[in-house]
Design a protein around this ligand. Structure first.
Ligand SMILES: *Cc1c(COP(=O)(O)O)cnc(C)c1O
Length: 368
């Protein structure tokens, strides 16, 4: 049996015709950037996450960048983020000219370790930037409590957490502003690059609208030095069609995780994902911790099973952040996780047979 790590083709039959119809309409209208599809996307995506405003962007990384600019966080300030995330989270901070300050992560949830945040704060700390890693919300009440105590902002990175919930509230509207990605492999994925910001703050919303389009809301009235971070009509069209199915796909991911959990929990050498009380984990990735991880990964590959490593290096050990002078041993939990994690195939269209096959092969490996 073959179980690819990601199978974008499996989703095509469900959405292809509707997307092609919308593509045809875009071509007929020759209106390609930030028009009716993007407007529809912004309204519906905001509604989906119970937040007042959404701004469509050209990628999630742009969203990371704009989030800080919109909050006037730049040179001379520090932003706290987990050391264990995709690099775009840190790039957003660095490109805004603020300084990223890494914090180790929690062994159970892989998210920022709340107990280690305050010791990293200085008088220059302006925000905490939690990441809802793998689709599991960070502990937002605890984070908000710390932020309120120190009078700083919370900026969410929700790139992996479409439709995830923390105590009944969708992510993306809990902090001051949130960035989103619709990279093709994300839970809600475009057919190219796309991203967004969401916020309940009208001023931030207006600033994001301007910054994504050369500092202007009205053509040639440039109030700010901005960017071209505009969203393509084609990408918005893909997302508008897919938004109809996202709840269904999310439930399917959760069922798949449940099936994995049941079958893998009996294996001593594997630790299954743990979920915080009161959160809806949306399993962008299903990440286990495994003894002899590299050998297990090779064995699964030999048996036709694709897997991934998210992520092999905590950010302090990347070349990009070597200038911070951090070293091995500074973030022991993230370093330990990086050596043990393994992402198993996870998407809505995964079949029960495929999941059972993956679990059987993992069992076989540890029996040998
Ligand atoms: C994917 C991702 C991003 C960046 O999104 P792009 O659309 O690829 O630019 C940012 N943060 C996290 C946590 C991500 O997973």
């Amino acid at each position: 049996m073959n179980v690819p790590f990601l199978d974008l083709k499996a989703q095509l039959p469900q959405v292809r015709e509707e997307i092609e119809q919308r593509f045809s309409r875009i071509i007929d209208n020759t209106a390609f950037v930030c028009r009716s599809e993007v407007q529809e996307f912004e309204e519906r995506f905001a509604e989906l996450h119970d937040v007042q405003y959404a701004v469509g962007l050209s990628s999630g990384t742009d969203g990371n960048h704009l989030a800080f600019l919109c909050c006037s966080i730049g040179e001379g300030y520090e932003v706290i983020l987990p050391v264990y995330t995709f690099i775009a989270t840190a790039e957003g901070i660095s490109h805004s000219k603020a300084a990223p300050v890494f914090v180790d992560v929690d062994e159970k949830t892989f998210n920022i370790d709340i107990s280690k945040i305050e010791e990293k704060m200085t008088s220059r700390t302006k925000a905490i930037n939690p990441v809802h890693l793998f689709g599991q919300p960070s502990d937002m009440n605890q984070i908000r409590k710390i932020a309120e105590k120190h009078n700083i902002l919370v900026i969410e990175d929700s790139a992996q957490a479409h439709c995830a919930e923390y105590r009944g509230k969708r992510v993306g509207g809990i902090g001051k502003v949130s960035s989103w990605s619709f990279y093709p492999g994300k839970n809600l994925g475009a057919w190219g690059e796309a991203g967004a910001l969401t916020t309940n703050d009208e001023e931030i919303y207006r600033k994001a609208l301007k910054l994504r389009d050369h500092g202007s809301e009205k053509k040639y009235y440039h109030d700010l030095i901005g960017f071209n971070y505009r969203m393509s009509e084609f990408q918005a069209a893909v997302l508008n069609v897919k938004m109809k199915y996202i709840e269904e796909w999310t439930e399917k991911r959760r069922l798949n995780a449940y099936r994995y959990n049941q079958r893998l929990s009996e294996i001593d050498s594997v630790i299954i994902p743990s979920v915080l009380d009161g959160v809806r984990h949306v399993y962008h990735l299903y990440v286990i911790r495994a003894r002899e991880r590299d050998k297990l990964q090779a064995y699964l590959k030999e048996n036709g099973i694709g897997t991934g490593l998210h992520y092999p290096f905590p950010l302090h050990l990347t070349g990009a952040y070597s200038h911070l002078g951090l070293k091995k041993g500074d973030f022991p939990m993230a370093e330990k996780l990086a050596d043990e994690i393994l992402s198993l195939p996870m998407y809505a269209e995964l079949t029960e047979e495929q999941i059972d096959y993956v679990c059987e092969k993992i069992k076989d490996f540890y029996k040998k």
